[in-house]
Design a protein around this ligand. Structure first.
Ligand SMILES: *Cc1c(COP(=O)(O)O)cnc(C)c1O
Length: 374
């Protein structure tokens, strides 16, 4: 039997109503008929892929996207009938499964298609989305010649279908549109070079869908970061066309409270020394949970008040400075709302010198994901 019981009080709580609202609001904002591809790669940006995908589909998303074949297999087991796209490269060894289970694959090389052709006995079509590298410099064809080569290779293979074509923008979340506009021009030029328009043309990530021309929604938008209630950048945060709500909270409980005398210290390196007598609480969360050491000094909420983390964060525990002797079991909110206050993922991102995308992704699997408003 799999061990699922969690004795430790540390947990992430994902508000599925926030996920549904974030999708529903986008759906109302998009042009008529534009589909929402819910991007649930990387365990739904650390939120829990199955629960998030289900909520997104309930609220109006019609397609799921993941990064890897293994993520696609997992999604297919839970959602047998939903359209599903792998955004990253898939090995030829995945072609049989993709065809059997109607998983859409991203292609960008005629060589890959030649190899894939050798897979014998596909019973169903292989659905392919051509990736155009219009300036991201990651995967994709970069010229008209490469595109037409690839297109021809697919079209001349029985059972292979050019089901979609797409690109990805490098600077959609920035105010300066020059690089972005160049990517748009190249994408449109290559689209026009195709003899037939594939079923699904898509280009917009969250930033493009929320901050750019509605014409760039094409047939579908790939909705990632704001599905989770986070803005793609500070620039986009200031021009959001509808409100979004952070779905991710992180909680634990105080497991020990002690009085520290002036001059006594806390943690590895004894880096915090009490200037006066004070109370210290111990929390059962540390860097092995994704609470990285850079979060030293970050505040947490306890009884609606902000208390700083003091001393170095340990692998499994950390210590906070308390204004008074709280009881064992007192609720501690590390991310999310408590009382009238709220600790945002953006606040942690700033503290860690990173972007909000990275924060829920680095909360490790030792922290169970639980759900509100299922
Ligand atoms: C991750 C990803 C997205 C989602 O991007 P957001 O900025 O989170 O909306 C869209 N498209 C591709 C190709 C991706 O890899």
């Amino acid at each position: 039997m799999e061990h699922t019981q969690q004795y430790r009080p540390t947990k992430a709580i994902i508000d599925l109503q926030a996920i549904r609202d974030n999708v529903h609001n986008l759906h109302s904002y998009l042009q008529e008929g534009v589909q929402i591809i819910a991007v649930v790669k990387a365990n739904a940006y650390g939120h829990g892929d199955v629960a998030v995908a289900r909520a997104a589909l309930q609220a109006g998303a019609s397609i799921l996207a993941v990064a890897t074949p293994d993520e696609a297999v997992r999604m297919r087991q839970h959602f047998p009938d939903v359209e599903l796209l792998v955004l990253g490269a898939a090995p030829v060894s995945f072609v049989q499964y993709a065809s059997d289970h109607q998983i859409m694959l991203t292609v960008f090389s005629p060589e890959w298609v030649k190899q894939a052709k050798l897979v014998q006995g596909l019973s169903k079509p292989l659905l392919l989305h051509i990736k155009i590298d219009s300036g991201m410099g990651r995967i994709g064809v970069t010229s008209r010649e490469q595109l037409l080569d690839l297109y021809k290779e697919i079209q001349t293979t029985e059972n292979f279908v050019v089901d979609g074509i797409f690109t990805h923008f490098a600077t959609a979340d920035e105010e300066d549109a020059e690089y972005f506009d160049n990517q748009v021009s190249l994408f449109k030029e290559l689209l026009n070079a195709l003899p037939n328009k594939p079923r699904l043309v898509h280009a917009a990530n969250t930033a493009t869908a929320l901050a750019k021309d509605a014409a760039l929604q094409f047939d579908a938008v790939r909705y990632g970061i704001s599905l989770y209630g986070l803005a793609p950048s500070g620039y986009v945060a200031n021009i959001l066309p509808f409100p979004i709500r952070q779905a991710f909270s992180l909680q634990t409980e105080v497991v020990h409270v002690k009085k520290l005398k002036a001059g006594q210290s806390v943690g590895y390196g004894a880096s915090f020394t009490a200037k006066e007598d004070c109370y210290i609480g111990t929390l059962p969360i540390g860097y092995a949970d994704g609470m990285i050491r850079k979060l030293g000094g970050q505040t947490v909420l306890i009884a609606g008040e902000r208390c700083p983390i003091v001393g170095r964060i340990c692998m499994d525990q950390c210590m906070i400075l308390l204004p008074r002797a709280y009881n064992i079991g007192e609720l501690v909110t590390l991310l999310g709302a408590q009382g009238n206050d709220f600790i945002s993922i953006d606040e942690w991102a700033t503290k860690c010198d990173t972007i909000n995308y990275e924060v829920p992704c680095i909360i490790t699997s030792r922290v169970p994901r639980t759900y509100n408003n299922e």
